[in-house]
Design a protein around this ligand. Structure first.
Ligand code: DCM
Ligand code: DCM
Ligand code: DCM
Ligand code: ZN
Ligand code: ZN
Length: 271
């Protein structure tokens, strides 16, 4: 996801934190720059350009065959590391008292980010580098658009009434507002706690493979369902956008709930 997606996942998760989790997170993220949880959730994108070894931690390249058949296979798709192994590794680091506080803080910031990314359909797909090579148009903008960036950013900006290029503060405000709306939506649906979410922090793979598999299924059922030629020949700001909105809302909402369940379990284990 882009900036707004990650910030929203952070703000939404925060609403479901136990008191213990809020305290644990506040301690680890304490800083003099007034960084909040949404700043911590976008930190991993800021460091990926100089920490090149982290670039592959943001996605899993599922070697499936969309739109005919989808699927994630951990052994096949995560040979050199991927978002699934990154969640596993950072989960053990954040609980490891022999690590420096800085490394534990960074582990938490990675987790806040990667549990977001594992819910973006094209972060769980290899085809055309997760859709980055598929040139498309969105609301008559065609020059720099690709299918991946549409799902990371353009759909989310349109949902929130943001222009294509927005200033940092507008993105942060939009994310806080969207998180409140998604929270209310959950309450109306009777989703009031994280109780239903996978939170097996002793075996992180069991949860994250499930999340990636569910995310990847949208590649076949919607994202690439009409085929690449159709995507190239139709403006994606119309009917395609309309059909994508409930998927994006649901995935961001799940990411927030699952991140909260994860952090609540981590804080309980950290004592
Ligand atoms: N921090 C944050 N959000 C960021 C960057 C950093 O919450 N976008 C936190 C992590 C550390 C502190 O701020 O507690 C200092 O981080 P750094 O070492 O990156 O300056
Ligand atoms: N760095 C690193 N490995 C780590 C942590 C930090 O190589 N596990 C390096 C990357 C930067 C510098 O430390 O050169 C500061 O990183 P940052 O600005 O991301 O805190
Ligand atoms: N990405 C992905 N799968 C890949 C390669 C990249 O999901 N196989 C993601 C990472 C960024 C976006 O695509 O969110 C753009 O990547 P890059 O900056 O490497 O072009
Ligand atoms: Zn992306
Ligand atoms: Zn990312």
């Amino acid at each position: 996801w882009g900036d707004v997606g990650h910030r929203t996942v952070g703000y939404l998760a925060q609403k479901y934190f136990t008191d213990q989790a809020s305290q644990w997170v506040d301690n680890l993220l304490a800083n003099e720059n007034e960084y909040d949880i949404s700043d911590a959730a976008v930190w991993a994108d800021a460091v990926r350009y100089h920490r090149h070894y982290t670039e592959g931690w943001h996605f899993v390249d599922a070697n499936d065959n969309p739109p005919e058949s989808c699927g994630v296979n951990y052994k096949r798709d995560c040979v050199n590391g991927c978002v699934i192994s990154a969640i596993t590794n950072q989960t053990s680091i954040v609980l490891d008292h022999s690590q420096s506080t800085t490394v534990q803080t960074e582990a938490l910031m990675y987790i806040l980010h990667f549990i977001g990314d594992i819910h973006q359909p094209l972060h769980a797909e290899k085809l055309d580098r997760g859709g980055n090579e598929i040139k498309v148009c969105f609301d008559n903008r065609c020059s720099k658009e690709n299918l991946h960036s549409i799902w990371d950013t353009d759909i989310i900006h349109k949902i929130n009434g943001l222009k294509h290029t927005e200033k940092h503060n507008q993105e942060k405000d939009a994310a806080a507002k969207w998180a409140s709306q998604l929270y209310s939506g959950n309450q109306e649906k009777g989703v009031t706690s994280t109780a239903e979410e996978c939170d097996n922090i002793q075996d992180p793979e069991s949860c994250s493979v499930q999340w990636a598999t569910e995310t990847n299924a949208y590649v076949c059922s919607y994202v690439l369902a009409n085929g690449i030629d159709w995507l190239k020949n139709n403006d994606l700001g119309g009917d395609y956008y309309d059909g994508a909105v409930p998927i994006v809302e649901s995935q961001i909402s799940k990411a927030g709930l699952r991140l909260a369940a994860w952090v609540n379990a981590l804080a309980a284990a950290a004592g």
